[in-house]
Write a protein that binds this ligand. Structure first.
Ligand code: HEC
Length: 154
């Protein structure tokens, strides 16, 4: 009888400490700062611009111009933009931004293609950067095909 009473007391104490545990201790407090429109406009698009404007070549009046970076500083800028782009895949998958499993798959496409661009920039490999740029384009398009169309028809 006495022992059962002890168990009850301990049970109540354990219950109390469990209740006073702050929820932050187990779950990070994510805060969605930019909506999808601003995530595209302020984070993803500028980073992508840096990569695409450093990959491949353009034809000008003066002939074909290679866009690949020529200095370590320029390559470092591309690597930084590629890191932003790769991590932005995680941003798109955050609770509050994700629109479901298809969405998450397209967002993961940004992570994988962004990582390839990072490696290409780190190794200063212009051909690999061009290929990564193409994969990035496909990742953007895949998601826009599904989710921009859905938005337009609303
Ligand atoms: C996981 C889905 C997804 C991926 C991946 C994605 N986008 Fe978007 N994007 C959207 C959606 C949804 C919108 C429409 C947002 C809105 O206006 O509400 C959008 C809109 C945009 C816009 C127009 C901005 C606006 O809303 O006016 C630009 C520019 C853009 N995306 C660039 C890109 C680029 C560049 C990439 C690839 C590097 C990319 N996006 C990848 C979902 C995605």
């Amino acid at each position: 009888m006495h022992q059962l009473f002890h168990f009850l007391i301990i049970g109540v104490l354990v219950g109390l400490t469990a209740c006073t545990e702050p929820p932050q201790a187990t779950q990070p407090q994510y805060e969605v700062v930019t909506d999808i429109h601003h995530t595209m406009e302020l984070i993803i698009d500028p980073a992508t611009d840096v990569i695409w404007s450093s990959a491949g070549s353009i034809i000008t009046a003066a002939g074909e111009q290679d866009l690949a970076p020529t200095t370590a500083e320029e390559w470092a800028k591309v690597e930084s933009a590629a890191a932003v782009l790769a991590e932005s895949g995680n941003l798109l998958m955050m609770p509050g931004r994700s629109a479901g499993s298809d969405w998450n798959e397209y967002a993961r496409g940004l992570i994988s293609s962004g990582k390839l661009a990072m490696v290409a920039a780190e190794q200063q490999d212009a051909d690999a950067l061009f290929d990564a740029g193409g994969l990035i384009y496909q990742a953007c398009l895949a998601c826009h095909n599904q989710y921009l169309v859905e938005q337009d028809t609303q």
